[in-house]
Design a protein around this ligand. Structure first.
Ligand code: TYD
Ligand code: MG
Length: 468
């Protein structure tokens, strides 16, 4: 095979040079040069295109008909997030921290597909023996499934592509994109240039030969897919596995999906035999203790379209240090700092002499404005050492003046709260709009944070313990 040339291409202006330099000479951008394969023969590009006629214009009214052939993987929560199954010719990027369960999920998905089609599992992370060990643990190593999944310990991009074109599997898994490298580039596997080249060639394979591809991508501590942010817009679907590695719950989210909604989430539990779908995800992230405890507030948040009850926990403790601590996990630290300030100025709860810790039970991480009110109530409840009135949930955004703002999908959130046994909800009063009526739920509409604290936090410990 003739060696294609590699060039260093500036990501901001497109200038290309032969050697890496720290600064682009053309536009002056720093660290913008990425090693890229330059293909001289336009023919090889041509081969990747669909046959002539395939791209002929069709009337919009019939445009969907030849669309997306989906193969359900057989794991309900995964199919749901994919939008109904794996689409022929699609490239999916599955991201997540090391050890979170990506390989486990993909082996299970491969097994689900194995009844209908073959799977090529290219692994640069583990030996075939290690993959088999995991498969055995999952009870998937033998029989039909064991034969239909073929494992290749391979890190050469060209060889993986050759294998895939020769075997034409129903699914190609590449675990992980950071361990695979093109022979045509000098950069080490995992470098931006390499990772992007892998993704580009996989797109060609998927679109040209109709083989769906799932790429595993490790995510660094700060939450970005290591190196290749560029990868996200190349592929069709970006999924991520989230959760607390020391806990069992895992959340599968779609950050992007060309064939479906990004509103769906899947909830799994990591057990002795791999990832198991959680039968009642709305309940999964609620903390486990009997009755209300000071500093704990259940909140009906929306993950996409799905209401999930989470438990917001806060601990407020007097400090001797001149600069008190504000520690947040699973919630936005900036919102925490802001709520501490609003509580001090608008609700008479001064925390400047206190350390403040806040987190969500179950290792969940939620970024929605509606979490403000439950978080503020958790702080107030811990500060006063009084639990919430029994059976109460809270949701709402808090403004700088201590005023409350409405959240979307309130009725759905409240229905889910009732279903899970809650009897009372403290929510923002929406001007000019009727409050949703939900059977069995006492909806308390309040206008300010101070009012919400009066309505939600019980006055005396006995009152809280005995309920209403
Ligand atoms: P893995 O899928 O290897 O993670 P990743 O590919 O994202 O790096 O998962 C590794 C973790 O999952 C490891 O800590 C062991 C645990 N695990 C279970 O708890 N149960 C199981 O059945 C399996 C296969 C793994
Ligand atoms: Mg792995």
């Amino acid at each position: 095979m003739p060696h294609a040339q590699s060039r260093y291409v500036c990501q901001s202006c497109g200038a290309s040079v032969l050697r890496w330099e720290g600064q682009c000479r053309a536009c002056g951008a720093w660290n913008s040069l990425v090693e890229t394969v330059v293909r001289e023969t336009p023919r090889s590009r041509h081969q990747a295109l669909p046959p002539a006629g395939a791209n002929a214009p069709v009337p919009l009214s019939q445009a969907g008909e030849a669309d997306a052939i989906r193969t359900p993987v057989g794991i309900g929560e995964l199919d749901r997030v994919l939008g109904g199954g794996l689409v022929a010719g699609s490239v999916v990027l599955l991201g997540g921290e090391p050890g979170i369960g990506k390989s486990t999920l993909l082996l299970q998905a491969a097994a689900g597909l194995a009844a209908r089609t073959s799977v090529l599992y290219a692994t640069g992370e583990e030996s075939p023996g290690q993959v088999q060990l995991r498969a055995r643990r999952l009870g998937l190593a033998s029989g039909r499934v064991g034969d239909a999944i073929r494992v290749a310990a391979e890190t050469g991009l060209g060889r993986i592509l050759d294998l895939a074109r020769a075997e034409r599997p129903g699914l190609l898994v590449v675990d992980s994109v950071q361990t695979v490298g093109s022979e045509e580039l000098d950069g080490a596997p995992g470098s931006v240039g390499q990772v992007r080249e892998v993704a580009l060639r996989m797109m060609e394979l998927a679109k040209g030969d109709g083989v769906p591809v799932i790429l595993v991508g490790h995510v660094t501590k700060d939450g970005t897919l290591a190196g290749p942010k560029t990868l996200e817009h190349l592929v069709d679907v970006v999924l991520s596995v989230e959760g607390d590695r020391s806990g069992a719950l895992r959340l599968l989210r779609a950050a992007k999906n060309r064939f479906g909604s990004t509103e769906e989430v899947g909830v799994f539990e990591m057990g002795e035999r791999g990832l198991v779908e959680v039968p009642d995800p709305a309940r999964a992230f609620l903390g486990e203790h009997d009755g209300p405890a000071p500093g704990s507030v259940p909140a009906p948040v929306l993950e996409g379209t799905r209401p999930i009850l989470v438990e917001v926990q806060a601990l407020v403790a007097p400090t001797g240090a001149p600069a008190p601590r504000r520690t947040a996990s699973g919630v936005d630290p900036n919102r925490l700092a802001l709520l501490v300030a609003v509580l001090g100025r608008r609700a008479g709860i001064g925390l400047s002499g206190h350390d403040v810790y806040a987190n969500l039970a179950g290792g969940l991480s939620v970024d929605e404005p509606g979490l403000d009110l439950p978080l503020a109530l958790a702080l107030a409840s811990s500060f006063r050492d009084r639990p919430l009135v029994t059976g109460t949930v809270a949701i709402g955004e808090v403004g700088l003046l201590g005023e409350l703002r409405a959240v979307s999908g309130l009725e759905r959130r409240l229905r889910e709260s009732v279903r899970l046994g809650f009897t009372r909800a403290v929510v923002p009063r929406a001007a000019g709009r009727a409050m949703p009526r939900v059977d069995g739920l006492d909806v308390v509409a309040v206008g300010s944070l101070a009012e919400a604290i009066r309505a939600a936090v019980s006055e005396a410990p006995e009152a809280g313990a005995r309920g209403r």
